[in-house]
Design a protein around this ligand. Structure first.
Ligand code: UDP
Length: 371
């Protein structure tokens, strides 16, 4: 390690953080003057390992925080406890991503240790503290402690400015778009594609958010089952989140239908390449709302509101909620009305150009040059 390098501790613990931090880690590893140290908390260990393998990243520090039936409070307390000794090392900067409990706890521990904090994907807001929960407050609290804000879009930068955090806010684009440059393959094949009838249209769905557990999920699953059953040219692919509350309901309500393909969570390379071969995407995920427009796929968002309104404005996303009638109607509109479909599919992706990581590396170097 170069003596004068900026020592950057990168902390993450879930699959979406890993996917969006991976291209940044790769960039920081080859940036002279920066010495990145990777710490994973294992908030989603299995799904995290898949991503680390795909990007060939070997963490320097592995913490294993998952316990059965952990509440948000006990998870957060546990994270702070295990991160405290890690932050005793002399780091110049701690980088966290987005809005998870890991990101919040890492920022809080870095603050206690008086280490500057860089927040990747800063400034997203719904301004509704329970939607998404607990992510909305996590990102607001992280923003309050952050020294360098890497905002993905001009809107997220404006939101930070409105909260009086004008200093050190940079618009970088979203690193999720960088990740697609690594994962998308021209000659890609997956056994699932052999099961889709030629000429059929594939609806790709993911749904796992806490706010959607129970009745909202039941309504969406019922609507989708009916759409698939009533049209032989439609197939549904749904990688099911391992949470039993999601998994049991999905298999109970959507299982046993020939044209509904339920799978385990997909490896990120499979995920991105299968999405790119779909016709239409339904999701309550955050990251997928950013990825799909780059793939030219319309997204129906299974939420009442989104912290990613740039896509709604650009015309690539539409929030349809989780009500049975609404989901059925809006999905059928896109399946039946080609003009409306094409308009959404052709809208411009507002989330970045695939080079956010390079900008972030440059900003970090400049920040420490000025010190
Ligand atoms: N993803 C994946 N495999 C799956 C489902 C999702 O690789 O089976 C990826 C997806 O492409 C996106 C990220 O995981 O990059 C989104 O994660 P998730 O929906 O869990 O979280 P959110 O984005 O809502 O925080």
């Amino acid at each position: 390690m170069e003596q004068s390098s900026v020592r950057v501790l990168i902390v993450f613990g879930t699959r979406p953080e890993a996917i969006k931090m991976a291209p940044l880690i790769k960039t920081l590893q080859k940036t002279s003057g920066i010495n990145p140290v990777v710490c994973v908390t294992g908030q989603h260990q299995e799904m995290l390992d898949q991503v680390l393998n795909d990007f060939d990243i070997k963490p320097d520090i592995i913490l294993n925080v998952m316990r059965n039936a952990q509440t948000l409070a006990s998870l957060t307390a546990h994270l702070v406890q295990v991160l405290e000794p890690v932050m005793k090392e002399a780091y110049d900067l701690v980088l966290v991503h987005g809005d998870t409990s890991t990101a919040f706890a890492a920022a809080l521990t870095a603050y206690y240790a008086k280490i500057p904090i860089g927040h990747v994907e800063a400034g997203l807001r719904t301004y509704d503290k329970y939607a998404p929960y607990p992510e909305e407050m996590n990102r607001e609290w992280i923003g309050r402690m952050t020294d360098i804000h890497f905002a993905p879009t001009p809107l997220s930068a404006r939101q930070l400015a409105r909260e009086n955090r004008k200093q050190h806010v940079y618009v970088t684009g979203n690193t999720s778009i960088d990740a697609l440059r690594w994962t998308l393959k021209k000659n890609y094949h997956h056994p699932l594609l052999d099961q889709i009838q030629p000429g059929s249209r594939m609806i790709f769905m993911t749904m796992h958010r806490r706010e959607n557990w129970g009745l909202p999920m039941e309504q969406v699953f019922r609507a989708l089952r009916e759409i698939v059953s009533s049209d032989k040219t439609i197939e549904l692919v749904f990688p099911v989140h391992p949470n039993p509350l999601v998994k049991n309901l999905a298999y109970e309500m959507l299982g046993g239908e020939e044209r509904i393909h339920l799978t385990n969570p997909l490896d990120v390379i499979d995920m991105h390449n299968l999405m790119s071969r779909s016709y239409l995407i339904l999701t309550d995920s955050g990251g997928i709302q950013e990825e799909a427009p780059t793939l030219g796929k319309p997204v129906l968002v299974l939420r009442e509101k989104t912290e990613r309104p740039e896509g709604v404005k650009a015309g690539t996303l539409r929030c349809i909620g989780t009500d049975y009638e609404g989901v059925k109607k809006e999905t059928q509109v896109l399946l039946r009305n080609e003009k409306k479909y094409k308009k959404m599919a052709a809208a411009r992706n507002p989330y970045g150009d695939g080079y956010a990581s390079d900008r972030i590396a440059e900003i970090i170097l400049k920040y420490f040059m000025k010190q």
